[in-house]
Design a protein around this ligand. Structure first.
Ligand code: ADP
Length: 241
Protein backbone atom coordinates (compact mmCIF):
# COMPACT_ATOMS: atom_id res chain seq x y z
CA UNK A 1 0.00 0.00 0.00
CA UNK A 2 1.32 3.45 -0.82
CA UNK A 3 1.98 6.19 1.66
CA UNK A 4 -0.16 9.28 1.99
CA UNK A 5 2.43 10.98 4.15
CA UNK A 6 6.05 10.22 4.86
CA UNK A 7 8.02 12.32 7.33
CA UNK A 8 11.70 11.56 7.83
CA UNK A 9 13.96 13.03 10.48
CA UNK A 10 11.95 16.23 10.80
CA UNK A 11 13.66 18.84 12.92
CA UNK A 12 12.50 22.33 13.73
CA UNK A 13 14.16 25.00 15.81
CA UNK A 14 12.24 28.26 15.91
CA UNK A 15 13.94 31.63 15.79
CA UNK A 16 14.85 32.38 19.35
CA UNK A 17 16.06 28.84 19.86
CA UNK A 18 12.98 26.78 20.84
CA UNK A 19 13.58 23.26 19.64
CA UNK A 20 10.07 22.13 18.65
CA UNK A 21 10.92 18.91 16.76
CA UNK A 22 13.94 16.73 17.40
CA UNK A 23 13.90 14.30 14.47
CA UNK A 24 10.38 13.02 13.90
CA UNK A 25 9.67 10.03 11.65
CA UNK A 26 6.09 9.29 10.71
CA UNK A 27 4.34 7.29 8.00
CA UNK A 28 0.65 7.33 7.21
CA UNK A 29 -0.69 4.78 4.77
CA UNK A 30 -3.12 5.78 2.09
CA UNK A 31 -6.65 5.34 3.41
CA UNK A 32 -5.54 5.49 7.04
CA UNK A 33 -7.16 7.34 9.91
CA UNK A 34 -4.32 8.55 12.06
CA UNK A 35 -4.06 10.48 15.33
CA UNK A 36 -1.19 12.64 16.43
CA UNK A 37 -1.42 12.96 20.20
CA UNK A 38 0.60 14.88 22.72
CA UNK A 39 0.40 17.47 25.47
CA UNK A 40 0.42 21.20 24.76
CA UNK A 41 3.67 22.32 23.27
CA UNK A 42 4.69 18.81 22.16
CA UNK A 43 5.10 19.84 18.51
CA UNK A 44 1.88 18.67 16.84
CA UNK A 45 0.95 21.99 15.25
CA UNK A 46 4.54 22.48 14.13
CA UNK A 47 4.44 19.14 12.29
CA UNK A 48 1.20 20.12 10.57
CA UNK A 49 2.61 23.57 9.80
CA UNK A 50 5.68 22.11 8.12
CA UNK A 51 3.70 19.52 6.14
CA UNK A 52 1.28 22.17 4.87
CA UNK A 53 3.97 24.73 4.11
CA UNK A 54 3.21 27.30 6.80
CA UNK A 55 6.34 26.61 8.82
CA UNK A 56 9.87 26.23 7.40
CA UNK A 57 11.59 23.11 8.62
CA UNK A 58 15.15 23.09 9.89
CA UNK A 59 15.88 19.61 8.54
CA UNK A 60 14.10 16.56 7.19
CA UNK A 61 12.24 15.17 4.20
CA UNK A 62 8.50 15.13 3.65
CA UNK A 63 6.56 13.41 0.91
CA UNK A 64 2.84 13.63 0.30
CA UNK A 65 1.64 10.79 -1.91
CA UNK A 66 5.23 10.41 -3.06
CA UNK A 67 5.70 14.10 -3.90
CA UNK A 68 8.56 15.82 -2.07
CA UNK A 69 7.22 19.10 -0.65
CA UNK A 70 10.56 20.79 -1.29
CA UNK A 71 10.64 19.78 -4.94
CA UNK A 72 7.01 20.29 -5.92
CA UNK A 73 5.16 22.09 -3.20
CA UNK A 74 2.26 23.17 -5.40
CA UNK A 75 1.53 19.59 -6.43
CA UNK A 76 1.86 18.29 -2.86
CA UNK A 77 -0.54 21.01 -1.74
CA UNK A 78 -3.28 19.86 -4.11
CA UNK A 79 -3.32 16.51 -2.28
CA UNK A 80 -3.99 18.11 1.10
CA UNK A 81 -6.95 19.75 2.76
CA UNK A 82 -6.20 21.51 6.02
CA UNK A 83 -8.44 22.50 8.91
CA UNK A 84 -6.38 24.68 11.22
CA UNK A 85 -6.89 25.03 14.94
CA UNK A 86 -7.72 28.71 14.79
CA UNK A 87 -10.96 29.73 13.19
CA UNK A 88 -9.85 31.62 10.11
CA UNK A 89 -12.89 32.31 8.00
CA UNK A 90 -13.95 35.70 6.72
CA UNK A 91 -16.81 36.58 9.06
CA UNK A 92 -18.45 39.00 6.63
CA UNK A 93 -18.52 36.57 3.71
CA UNK A 94 -21.48 34.31 3.00
CA UNK A 95 -20.81 30.63 3.69
CA UNK A 96 -21.40 29.61 0.09
CA UNK A 97 -18.94 32.25 -1.15
CA UNK A 98 -16.28 31.11 1.31
CA UNK A 99 -16.59 27.68 -0.28
CA UNK A 100 -16.56 28.94 -3.87
CA UNK A 101 -13.60 31.26 -3.25
CA UNK A 102 -11.65 28.34 -1.85
CA UNK A 103 -12.33 26.30 -4.98
CA UNK A 104 -11.13 29.28 -7.00
CA UNK A 105 -7.67 29.05 -5.41
CA UNK A 106 -7.43 25.57 -6.87
CA UNK A 107 -8.66 26.60 -10.31
CA UNK A 108 -12.00 24.82 -10.00
CA UNK A 109 -14.59 26.45 -12.27
CA UNK A 110 -17.62 28.04 -10.67
CA UNK A 111 -20.22 25.76 -12.26
CA UNK A 112 -18.53 22.80 -10.61
CA UNK A 113 -17.77 24.50 -7.33
CA UNK A 114 -21.34 25.68 -6.69
CA UNK A 115 -22.70 22.13 -6.81
CA UNK A 116 -19.83 20.79 -4.79
CA UNK A 117 -20.17 23.53 -2.16
CA UNK A 118 -23.89 22.87 -1.78
CA UNK A 119 -23.28 19.15 -1.48
CA UNK A 120 -20.66 19.61 1.24
CA UNK A 121 -22.76 22.14 3.14
CA UNK A 122 -25.63 19.64 3.10
CA UNK A 123 -23.39 16.84 4.34
CA UNK A 124 -22.20 19.00 7.22
CA UNK A 125 -25.64 20.28 8.15
CA UNK A 126 -25.00 23.86 7.06
CA UNK A 127 -27.08 24.10 3.92
CA UNK A 128 -29.72 26.34 5.47
CA UNK A 129 -26.95 28.78 6.43
CA UNK A 130 -25.39 28.98 3.00
CA UNK A 131 -26.47 32.55 2.26
CA UNK A 132 -25.64 33.88 5.70
CA UNK A 133 -22.38 35.58 6.63
CA UNK A 134 -20.22 33.19 8.59
CA UNK A 135 -20.36 35.44 11.67
CA UNK A 136 -23.93 34.18 12.16
CA UNK A 137 -22.67 30.63 12.74
CA UNK A 138 -22.03 29.09 16.15
CA UNK A 139 -18.50 27.97 17.02
CA UNK A 140 -19.26 24.37 16.12
CA UNK A 141 -20.79 25.42 12.82
CA UNK A 142 -17.73 27.50 11.97
CA UNK A 143 -15.57 24.42 12.51
CA UNK A 144 -17.80 22.39 10.24
CA UNK A 145 -17.62 25.12 7.62
CA UNK A 146 -13.83 24.94 7.81
CA UNK A 147 -13.99 21.18 7.24
CA UNK A 148 -16.32 21.69 4.28
CA UNK A 149 -14.00 24.37 2.88
CA UNK A 150 -10.96 22.09 3.23
CA UNK A 151 -12.73 19.45 1.14
CA UNK A 152 -13.64 21.71 -1.78
CA UNK A 153 -10.71 20.60 -3.95
CA UNK A 154 -11.31 16.94 -3.04
CA UNK A 155 -8.01 16.35 -1.24
CA UNK A 156 -6.77 12.79 -0.76
CA UNK A 157 -5.37 13.70 2.67
CA UNK A 158 -7.39 15.70 5.17
CA UNK A 159 -5.43 17.19 8.07
CA UNK A 160 -7.34 18.46 11.07
CA UNK A 161 -5.77 20.27 14.02
CA UNK A 162 -8.05 19.86 17.05
CA UNK A 163 -11.23 19.69 14.95
CA UNK A 164 -13.58 19.23 17.88
CA UNK A 165 -12.09 21.79 20.28
CA UNK A 166 -15.01 23.65 21.80
CA UNK A 167 -17.60 21.55 19.98
CA UNK A 168 -20.31 20.11 22.22
CA UNK A 169 -20.68 16.37 22.67
CA UNK A 170 -23.60 15.82 20.33
CA UNK A 171 -22.08 17.82 17.49
CA UNK A 172 -18.78 16.11 18.09
CA UNK A 173 -20.40 12.72 17.44
CA UNK A 174 -21.88 14.09 14.23
CA UNK A 175 -18.47 15.27 13.14
CA UNK A 176 -17.00 11.85 13.94
CA UNK A 177 -19.62 10.16 11.78
CA UNK A 178 -18.84 12.50 8.93
CA UNK A 179 -15.09 11.90 9.19
CA UNK A 180 -15.63 8.12 9.40
CA UNK A 181 -17.75 8.29 6.28
CA UNK A 182 -15.25 10.20 4.15
CA UNK A 183 -12.45 7.97 5.44
CA UNK A 184 -14.44 4.88 4.41
CA UNK A 185 -14.85 6.49 1.00
CA UNK A 186 -11.09 6.80 0.63
CA UNK A 187 -9.90 10.05 2.20
CA UNK A 188 -6.83 9.58 4.39
CA UNK A 189 -7.19 11.51 7.65
CA UNK A 190 -4.63 12.88 10.08
CA UNK A 191 -5.89 14.61 13.18
CA UNK A 192 -4.57 16.03 16.38
CA UNK A 193 -6.83 15.96 19.37
CA UNK A 194 -6.83 16.49 23.09
CA UNK A 195 -9.74 14.10 23.46
CA UNK A 196 -8.14 10.70 23.80
CA UNK A 197 -11.54 9.03 23.62
CA UNK A 198 -11.97 10.67 20.24
CA UNK A 199 -8.68 9.22 18.99
CA UNK A 200 -9.59 5.79 20.36
CA UNK A 201 -12.99 5.83 18.68
CA UNK A 202 -11.86 7.11 15.33
CA UNK A 203 -8.29 6.25 14.59
CA UNK A 204 -6.74 2.94 13.69
CA UNK A 205 -3.22 4.18 14.36
CA UNK A 206 -1.64 6.89 16.46
CA UNK A 207 1.62 8.48 17.41
CA UNK A 208 2.22 10.05 20.79
CA UNK A 209 4.61 12.97 20.72
CA UNK A 210 6.27 14.56 23.72
CA UNK A 211 8.78 17.42 23.72
CA UNK A 212 9.39 17.13 20.00
CA UNK A 213 9.93 13.39 19.91
CA UNK A 214 7.67 10.46 19.07
CA UNK A 215 7.49 8.37 22.23
CA UNK A 216 5.06 5.70 20.96
CA UNK A 217 3.56 4.74 17.63
CA UNK A 218 1.39 1.94 16.43
CA UNK A 219 -2.02 0.44 15.89
CA UNK A 220 -4.55 1.69 18.45
CA UNK A 221 -5.01 -1.80 20.00
CA UNK A 222 -1.26 -2.12 20.28
CA UNK A 223 -0.95 1.26 22.02
CA UNK A 224 -3.72 0.71 24.54
CA UNK A 225 -2.28 -2.70 25.42
CA UNK A 226 0.85 -0.93 26.74
CA UNK A 227 -0.97 -0.29 30.02
CA UNK A 228 -2.72 -2.94 32.12
CA UNK A 229 -5.86 -0.79 32.24
CA UNK A 230 -6.18 -0.96 28.44
CA UNK A 231 -6.89 2.76 28.42
CA UNK A 232 -5.24 5.15 26.02
CA UNK A 233 -5.37 7.87 28.65
CA UNK A 234 -3.17 5.86 31.02
CA UNK A 235 -0.68 5.09 28.26
CA UNK A 236 -0.64 8.76 27.31
CA UNK A 237 -0.08 9.97 30.87
CA UNK A 238 2.66 7.44 31.47
CA UNK A 239 4.56 8.44 28.33
CA UNK A 240 4.15 12.19 28.59
CA UNK A 241 4.52 12.90 32.30
P1 ADP B 1 1.43 21.58 20.08
O1 ADP B 1 0.71 21.80 18.79
O2 ADP B 1 1.74 20.14 20.32
O3 ADP B 1 0.76 22.23 21.25
P2 ADP B 1 3.41 23.38 18.95
O4 ADP B 1 3.89 22.73 17.72
O5 ADP B 1 2.44 24.49 18.85
O6 ADP B 1 2.88 22.27 19.96
O7 ADP B 1 4.67 23.95 19.76
C1 ADP B 1 5.87 23.22 19.94
C2 ADP B 1 6.91 24.13 20.60
O8 ADP B 1 7.30 25.16 19.69
C3 ADP B 1 6.40 24.87 21.85
O9 ADP B 1 7.47 24.97 22.77
C4 ADP B 1 5.99 26.23 21.32
O10 ADP B 1 6.10 27.21 22.31
C5 ADP B 1 7.03 26.44 20.22
N1 ADP B 1 6.52 27.30 19.13
C6 ADP B 1 5.43 27.08 18.37
N2 ADP B 1 5.27 28.03 17.44
C7 ADP B 1 6.30 28.91 17.63
C8 ADP B 1 6.72 30.12 16.99
N3 ADP B 1 6.04 30.62 15.94
N4 ADP B 1 7.82 30.73 17.45
C9 ADP B 1 8.54 30.22 18.47
N5 ADP B 1 8.21 29.09 19.13
C10 ADP B 1 7.11 28.44 18.71
Amino acid sequence: MSLALSIKNLKKTYKGGTVALKGVDLEIKEGGFYALLGPNGAGKTTIIGVVTGLVNKTEGKIEVFGVDIDKNHDKAKTFMGVVPQEININIFEKCINIMIDQAGYYGIPRNISINRAEELLKMLGLYDKKDQPSQNLSGGMKRRLMIARALMHQPKLLILDEPTAGVDVELRRGMWDFLKKINAEGTTILLTTHYLEEAEQLCERAAIINKGEIVAEGAMEELVSKHPSGKLEEVFLELTK
